[in-house]
Design a protein around this ligand. Structure first.
Ligand code: HEM
Length: 189
């Protein structure tokens, strides 16, 4: 079940249709991305801070929010540069971000709406600055790829932990999940 970040990235790119044209467009607007990143970071954290659960996590440690704002700026800019043209470093960086969120115990329910906030604000900014709408599509795609990394981390970490602890096979584990889902939902398929 171990995930290879680079293979995962390639699979997502093909699935979503994130092409060289999209990458080129993002590179072209990297300076703009860098310029608007602090504003996007402010929007992002004021959204998270409005929720009491997320706010408690963000402010649990001295200086965490401040550090996170800088981390976000870097993350946002990397969507434009692709770090190493969306190669091994990009994939490993995104995988690490996923693992960090699982480790901290941020529930996955928070992550999807948070990414939607990024897409909403970047779209708004793009229109105000009169930028190419194709850039919006490219950005939405890379946001979805980054999101898939975080979401997948939850599954991978929990599965690996259960398999290690119990010695179950993957097949047995999957059957138990299917049975569990049936009994919770009361759905017989
Ligand atoms: C679009 C979704 C999100 C993105 C792109 C994102 C981005 C990041 C990045 C880049 C890091 C640094 C990871 C590292 O250390 O390598 C991080 C850490 C963290 N994120 Fe997120 N994040 C997202 C959602 C959330 C949500 C919903 C919360 C909820 C409160 C959250 C809270 C945190 C916390 C507490 C840390 C660790 C800070 C520390 O080092 O003390 N993030 N995030």
């Amino acid at each position: 079940m171990a995930l290879d970040p680079q293979t995962f990235l390639q699979t997502l790119e093909e699935r979503i249709g994130f092409t060289n044209k999209d990458k080129h467009l993002l590179n072209l607007y990297a300076d703009w991305g860098k310029q608007i990143a602090p504003e996007m970071s402010d929007h992002f954290y004021s959204y998270l801070n409005r929720d009491s659960e997320m706010s408690a996590i963000l402010n649990a440690k001295e200086g965490r929010l401040h550090r996170l704002k800088d981390t976000f700026i870097q993350w946002f800019y990397e969507m434009f540069t692709g770090i190493d043209n969306w190669g091994v470093s990009y994939a490993e960086r995104r995988w690490r971000i996923g693992l960090v969120h699982v480790q901290i115990g941020i529930a996955p329910q928070h992550v999807v709406p948070a990414m939607a906030t990024v897409i909403y604000h970047v779209g708004k900014k793009l229109r105000t600055d009169g930028k190419d709408l194709e850039l919006y599509d490219a950005l939405s795609q890379i946001c979805m790829i980054d999101l898939a990394f975080i979401e997948q981390a939850y599954v991978e970490v929990s599965s690996a932990a259960v398999l290690k602890e119990t010695g179950w096979t993957e097949g047995l584990f999957r059957r138990l999940i299917a049975t569990g889902a049936n009994s919770i939902q009361g759905v017989n398929r």
